[in-house]
Design a protein around this ligand. Structure first.
Ligand SMILES: O=C(O)CCC(=O)C(=O)O
Length: 332
């Protein structure tokens, strides 16, 4: 075993030891499904009361047109200060309250704000411009918290869903400043990635000097203030940077959207109609559990919550007909 393998094995044994006990899992499960408890935990936010969440965007039709052009040309867009600071501060405070109560940050998706924000008319217009009328949200979500400490990292380089062309869009919204020194987003536009590089990334194979030198030269850094909106297509290589000494935690969250006429992967389902009622708490918890089961590969620390993720996953799994397309399920 190499030194690195030994360290990895030790880290994974420690994480296993830190896993929630059966009693902690039962207690967290009861708390997670208790809507009243969430409302009490964050009294300034709502759960399953969407009418209270306001519009709060600062972008207009010109921004939508600019972002759509950029997306068509380069596979990504970045709109700084797209949302009112009051709304963004509130959402960051939700994340802080959730973490202070010992939950992974992704439990912020219990709250309405995290589901209503993409339904603002301007954001919806942007989604429809880039994915077509009647586009849908999938149930893949995450809330990112990169500690304000040198060496802390965002997610490593990856693509979200390749081969989907303009039928897929991820959006990422900053709830704090995301600067070069506290781990902003970085990406490489697909046009600047030679075919052999795309194939090597898919196969997790090594790259030649010429390829990685070219890649490094084409990296785009996207430092943004709080309340900014970044979007990228499924085949854009992207990652969250490494904190270079900033003391402000980098907080953000991500959502994914699809053209209505596409076949969706099992992982993406159930799909969510952006014009229908907000997902109920059960579906929010299912999406959270799905993310917690899947993303220890990017954030090993959340593997501590695997027993809770498994229990939520089993007990909130949607009925098979809900896991199909909204129009197939008669929800459209
Ligand atoms: O915020 C980050 O560190 C990474 C975000 C990302 O890669 C994603 O949400 O797919």
């Amino acid at each position: 075993m190499s030194k690195l393998d030994t360290l990895a094995a030790a880290a994974s044994a420690l994480l296993k030891q830190a896993e929630l006990s059966p009693a902690e899992t039962a207690q967290r499960f009861d708390a997670a499904v208790d809507v009243g408890r969430w409302r009490k935990l964050v009294p300034f936010a709502t759960v399953e009361e969407p009418a209270v969440a306001g519009e709060s965007v600062r972008i207009g039709p010109d921004d939508v047109a600019r972002a759509t052009r950029r997306l068509a040309g380069d596979g990504y867009f970045c709109l700084e200060r797209a949302f009112e600071s009051e709304r963004i501060d509130k959402m960051r405070r939700i994340v802080e309250a959730v973490r202070a109560d010992g939950w992974p940050a992704v439990f912020s998706f219990v709250f309405d704000d995290f589901w209503t924000i993409a339904r603002s008319p301007c954001v919806l217009a942007l989604l429809e411009e880039s994915l077509g009328a009647g586009c849908l949200q999938n149930s893949v979500i995450w809330t990112h918290w990169v500690p304000g400490a040198k060496g802390a990292t965002g997610w490593p380089p990856h693509v979200d869903l390749s081969g989907m062309g303009n039928k897929f869009l991820s959006i990422w919204i900053s709830l704090s400043e995301a600067a070069i020194d506290n781990g902003c987003m970085f990406l490489i536009p697909p046009g600047d990635m030679p075919r052999e590089v795309v194939e090597a990334i898919d196969a997790k194979a090594d790259l030649s000097y010429a390829s990685y030198s070219n890649l490094l030269h084409n990296v785009i850094a996207l430092p943004v203030p709080a309340g900014s909106l970044i979007g990228w297509r499924g085949d854009v290589l992207h990652w969250g940077g490494t904190n270079a000494g900033g003391n402000v935690p980098r907080v953000s969250f991500a959502l994914e959207f699809r053209s209505r006429d596409e076949a969706f992967t099992k992982f993406e389902r159930p799909m969510i109609d952006l014009r229908a009622a907000l997902p109920p708490l059960g579906l929010r918890l299912y999406a959270i559990a799905k993310a917690l089961r899947h993303y220890p590969k990017f954030e090993p620390i959340v593997s501590r919550f695997q027993p809770l993720a498994e229990r939520l996953w089993e007990e909130t799994a949607p009925a098979p007909e809900q896991a199909r397309r909204p129009d197939e399920a008669g929800l459209a």
